[in-house]
Design a protein around this ligand. Structure first.
Ligand code: FRU
Length: 466
């Protein structure tokens, strides 16, 4: 399908760019009762090349399934002339403040790693959540520690014990990923406290850091670049996950084991925020930079989407990701399912929720149409795409132990799979031939399991979804 024909791959309950390219979620917050979801955006360049600078785009609305596209929140100037890169929000005293990286590429013959690039840490403030004031330069390249390369970016700011803190992602000169921690009492002057990293290099760069508490843990979330693939881990070109961390504000912070947020093909650069119900919500980019394949949606003038917001909780020592409850408002047409049923998603979107009754573990499989197969039963789970649906993506695997609960969300060209209550998650895009309708058959071969299936309707963005 090309030209003016309907685009069956447009999503129904995931945020997409109206047109053009989208990457990282940015500036996530709630302000005066409205949710704000900003994102990296290139409206005129669905392939996200360097032809046009990277901007911010903006969705806002009263609920996580009721969001409108608000356009481009601020213009570029000399501080961010080659890209308004990723950043975060802090809401305080009736103000929505954004902190982000202004990317500068100096003209000339540079490698842009050790030279030729500048990263400005910028603050910009809004009183109404829509209009932003003058940019304030907080930190410039000369202010970062001298053992950093020119890759320093993606500020995440939070408040703790009356002080403000900021983490920045960095590539050290010794080819090591790290996080820089800063403190401020007024959000204007920032004092460098320390560089947090592993003993041995864990990748050469850590992008998009985040720090937050959930249950009994404090988590340092980072996106390491440069890890080698393993059979059940680190299968994408870049990774994203978290360390548990103790004493981040003290002299010698300790990082625990690294765990990936998501094992699918399409997940990167997540960011979290706390909403007014006290929930810690995470949104990821359902995409991957520098991937060796391209989404065919680019031919239709757009590329990429955000994941649905996931509530992060800690239960019995495990960090779980759960689709936000609001998503249940999109359900209709409930069907009780045994593990051996089939049912049809009438318009390309729906949900399957299964639970195992007994203790015995049998091989199980879920087929979506002819192109997406999810299988398990031996302590691992495998998500496989056919050649036609995958467009260069074939298999992703994870170790999950016994699979007791499966929750699968299907949205025309994206699957989000939550196993064991969100202990292990997979996000993957897929591209069926929707030249007629968007019916997809779901075939279950899941002995000893039962549950429900639903159709899912469009979220309310006021935007054309097909
Ligand atoms: C992650 C990232 C960030 C950067 C942004 C630019 O995907 O590379 O580190 O700020 O994208 O769009």
């Amino acid at each position: 399908m090309v030209g003016r024909q309907p685009d069956g791959w447009r999503l129904k309950f995931h945020l997409m760019p109206p047109e053009g390219w989208l990457n990282d979620p940015n500036g996530l917050c709630q302000f005066r009762g409205q949710y704000h979801i900003f994102f990296q955006y290139q409206p005129e360049d669905p392939r996200g090349t360097g032809k046009t600078p990277r901007l911010w785009g903006h969705y806002a609305g009263p609920g996580l399934t009721k969001l409108r596209f608000e356009g481009i929140p601020f213009e570029q100037n000399e501080l961010d002339r080659n890209g308004s890169y990723s950043g975060s929000a802090l809401v305080e005293d009736g103000k929505l403040q954004l902190f982000y990286t202004g990317n500068i590429r100096l003209p000339g013959e540079y490698d842009y790693i050790h030279d030729g690039r500048e990263s400005n840490t910028i603050r910009i403030v809004s009183n109404d959540g829509l209009h932003f004031g003058t940019k304030e330069l907080l930190l410039r390249t000369a202010d970062y520690p001298s053992d950093c390369t020119r890759h320093v970016r993606d500020p995440k700011v939070w408040k703790e014990n009356g002080n403000y803190y900021m983490v920045l992602g960095a590539r050290l000169k010794e080819e090591k990923g790290a996080v820089l921690l800063y403190r401020s009492s007024d959000l204007k002057r920032w004092e460098f406290l320390k560089c947090i990293t592993t003993g041995e290099a864990f990748g050469y760069m850590w992008e998009c850091p985040d720090y937050f508490r959930v249950g009994k843990y404090a988590l340092l979330s980072v996106c390491p670049q440069g890890l080698g693939p393993e059979e059940y881990r680190y299968q994408n070109v870049y990774q994203s996950g978290y360390f548990t961390v103790t004493g981040i504000l003290e002299d010698a912070p300790q990082l625990g084991e690294f765990r990936e947020w998501d094992y699918g093909f399409d997940f990167y650069a997540p960011q979290t925020f706390a909403d007014d119900r006290g929930r810690r919500l995470l949104i990821g980019w359902a995409g991957m930079p520098d991937a060796p394949y391209e989404n065919p949606t680019a031919e239709r003038g757009w590329q990429h989407a955000l994941t649905i917001p996931r509530e992060i909780v800690e239960e019995n020592g495990k960090v779980l990701q759960k689709p936000v409850r609001e998503l249940e408002d999109l359900r209709y047409g409930a069907t009780a399912l045994t593990g051996e049923n089939s049912f049809v998603l009438e318009d390309g979107s729906g949900e399957v929720m299964l639970r195992k009754s007994g203790e015995d573990e049998y091989p199980w499989q879920i087929m979506i149409g002819e192109g997406l197969r999810i299988s398990g039963g031996d302590g691992t789970v495998c998500l496989e795409l056919s050649e036609q649906w995958g467009r260069g993506r074939r298999v992703r695997r994870a170790r999950v132990g016994k699979c007791r609960k499966i929750r699968l969300l299907i949205d025309t060209s994206m699957a989000e799979l939550y196993l064991n209550g969100g202990e292990t998650v997979f996000t993957a895009r897929f591209y069926p031939d929707y030249s007629g309708n968007r019916q997809l058959e779901v075939k279950l071969r899941c002995p000893g399991m039962e549950g429900f299936g639903w159709q899912l309707k469009n979220m309310d963005t006021g935007m054309k979804t097909r």
